[in-house]
Design a protein around this ligand. Structure first.
Ligand code: HEM
Length: 251
C-alpha cells in the first residue's frame, strides 16, 4: 500500500489540524489576519469557480462539435472527445482537486484527495493518449503541424508524469533509488508541462478551418481565450508548490 495513501492514521483532516496547531501556537489571530485569510479564501474559490465554468464551456463546445454528425463517431471527432475529456476535464479537475477551496474536493481528507487525484490522472491520461494515438494512426505523415507537435509533447510528458506520479505515491519504497522530494518536484513539473502543452494543442485545434466553419471565428477565438485562462488558473497552485519545494531543497 502506498505510504501516501495511509499517511493519516486517524486524522480526518491533517492540513486543518496543522493549521489549527499553528493557530494555537501563535496565539489568537488579529482581525487584520482574519480579514486577509478570508479575502484570500474568497479569491481562491472565485478563481476555482471561474476555472470550472470555463472548463465546462470549452469541453461542452468540443463535445457539441464532435457529436454534430451521426454516430458512431469517426476518428476525428473521437480523438477530440477523448483528448478534451482526458486533458481538459479529468486532468484539469485532478489538479484542481488538490488545490485549496476547489469546491467538490473540499470535504475530502488529504489521503482521499490523493486517491481521487491518482484515479482521475490515470483515467484522464489513458483517454488523452488513446485519442492522440487514434488520430496519429489515421495520418500518413505525422507531427507535421504545430497542433500535432504540441500534442506529441503533451503525450510524452503525460506518460512520464504518470510513471513519476507512481514513484511519488510510493516515495517511501523508492527512497533508496529516488529521493522523495525529487520525485514529487519532477512530477509537478512534468504535469505542468503536459497540461500547458495540451492546452496549446487544443488552441491550435480550435484554429483549424473546419472548426471555425462550424463555430465561426469569434467563438473559436473565445474558446482559445477560455482555454488560456483556465490553464493559467489551474497551474498557479502547482507552480507555487513546485517553487516552494525547490527552494526548500536548496536551503
Ligand atoms: C487537447 C486536445 C487535442 C489533442 C491532444 C489533439 C491531438 C492530436 C494529435 C496527436 C493528432 C495527430 C498529429 C499527427 O500525427 O501529426 C491530431 C491531429 C488532428 N487534430 Fe487534434 N487534438 C486535440 C484537439 C483537436 C480539436 C479541438 C480539433 C478541432 C477540429 C482537432 C483537429 C485535428 C485535425 C484536423 C488533425 C489532423 C491534422 C493535424 O495533424 O494537424 N484536434 N490531434
Amino acid at each position: 500500500m502506498a505510504p501516501n495513501a495511509i499517511d493519516t492514521n486517524f486524522n480526518s483532516d491533517p492540513e486543518n489540524s496543522i493549521n489549527n496547531l499553528k493557530h494555537i501556537n501563535n496565539g489568537p489571530q488579529t482581525t487584520e489576519e482574519n480579514n486577509g485569510s478570508y479575502a484570500l479564501k474568497i479569491f481562491q474559490s472565485s478563481m476555482n469557480l471561474l476555472a470550472h465554468i470555463l472548463i465546462g464551456a470549452v469541453v461542452g463546445a468540443s463535445i457539441l462539435y464532435s457529436f454534430r454528425s451521426s454516430l458512431p463517431l469517426e476518428q476525428l471527432p473521437l480523438h477530440i472527445v477523448l483528448c478534451v475529456i482526458g486533458y481538459q476535464l479529468l486532468m484539469a479537475e485532478a489538479i484542481l482537486g488538490l488545490c485549496p477551496h476547489s469546491g467538490w474536493a473540499d470535504s475530502l481528507r488529504l489521503v482521499d484527495k490523493r486517491r481521487v487525484h491518482t484515479v482521475m490522472q490515470i483515467l484522464g491520461s489513458g483517454l488523452a493518449i488513446a485519442g492522440s494515438i487514434i488520430m496519429a494512426l489515421t495520418k500518413t505523415v505525422n507531427w507535421d503541424t504545430l497542433h500535432g507537435q504540441f500534442a506529441l509533447v503533451a503525450m510524452v510528458f503525460t506518460t512520464v508524469s504518470l510513471v513519476n506520479g507512481l514513484t511519488s505515491l510510493y516515495a517511501y519504497e523508492f527512497r533508496k533509488c529516488l529521493p522523495g522530494n525529487i520525485s514529487k518536484i519532477t512530477h509537478i513539473c512534468f504535469g505542468i508541462v503536459a497540461f500547458v502543452t495540451s492546452g496549446i494543442s487544443l488552441c491550435y485545434g480550435f484554429d483549424k478551418q473546419l472548426f471555425k466553419n462550424w463555430a465561426k471565428a469569434p467563438l473559436a477565438y473565445t474558446l482559445m481565450g477560455f482555454t488560456a485562462c483556465f490553464t493559467f488558473i489551474i497551474i498557479i497552485n502547482p507552480a507555487i508548490t513546485f517553487f516552494k519545494k525547490t527552494v526548500r531543497i536548496f536551503k
